[in-house]
Design a protein around this ligand. Structure first.
Ligand code: HEM
Length: 171
């Protein structure tokens, strides 16, 4: 539990902030919208959670009995991983799922998974994300990544999805 609270709670939120900055710079129309309408931040963070998937895969579950899910047989004792990153781009749930739309509602994403193990820190994570992005936009008119966009690398840590580094110039 201490591992989860200290490390999983820190890395995940860093991923949300870094991934969100890149997503906003990749979508200047959405960035401009957020600057013009700061109240969009609440819906905006939900969309950034969906779109950037700071945790790509849920904790494994173990099948307690033989079962079938969406036509796939899952034998008793199997470990099952929920691909949150894929569920968050499910076209049958989200219209235009690959588009970043900061005003998307409803937005029933699975960035914090679902059920009895739903992320314990979700309130804190949402708050940190809102504060970080709001402050960044309030304090700086120009955000610029100082390395070529295609040189940004994800850290090879499953199940997390975050950047190794994000060198930026802010002014
Ligand atoms: C953007 C930030 C975060 C994301 C995307 C995230 C996502 C997740 C996910 C997907 C799970 C697994 C749930 C499952 O498989 O059912 C989880 C569990 C958990 N998270 Fe987070 N998390 C974030 C931030 C935090 C923070 C800030 C804390 C605490 C300070 C935290 C504490 C925990 C704990 C304790 C669990 C285990 C809950 C349980 O097993 O009952 N998380 N989180």
């Amino acid at each position: 539990m201490m591992f989860l609270l200290l490390l999983a709670g820190h890395d995940t939120t860093s991923n949300l902030i870094g991934n969100s900055v890149v997503a906003l710079l990749d979508h200047p129309d959405q960035l401009a919208r957020l600057r013009a309408e700061p109240d969009l931040i609440d819906d905006g963070i939900e969309e950034l959670l969906r779109f950037t998937a700071p945790v790509a895969v849920g904790a494994p579950r173990v099948a307690l009995e033989d079962l079938e899910f969406s036509g796939t047989r899952i034998p008793k004792g199997s470990r099952v991983f929920g691909m949150l990153i894929s569920a968050n781009r499910d076209e049958s749930v989200f219209a235009d799922a690959d588009a970043l739309d900061l005003s998307r509602t409803p937005n029933k994403h699975l960035a914090f998974a679902s059920g009895s193990h739903y992320c314990l820190g979700h309130h804190l994570a949402r708050l940190e994300g809102r504060i970080a992005i709001t402050q960044l936009l309030e304090r700086f008119d120009h955000l610029e990544i100082t390395v070529p966009r295609n040189s940004l690398r994800l850290r090879p840590i499953v199940p997390l999805r975050g950047l190794e580094s994000l060198p930026m110039r802010l002014h």
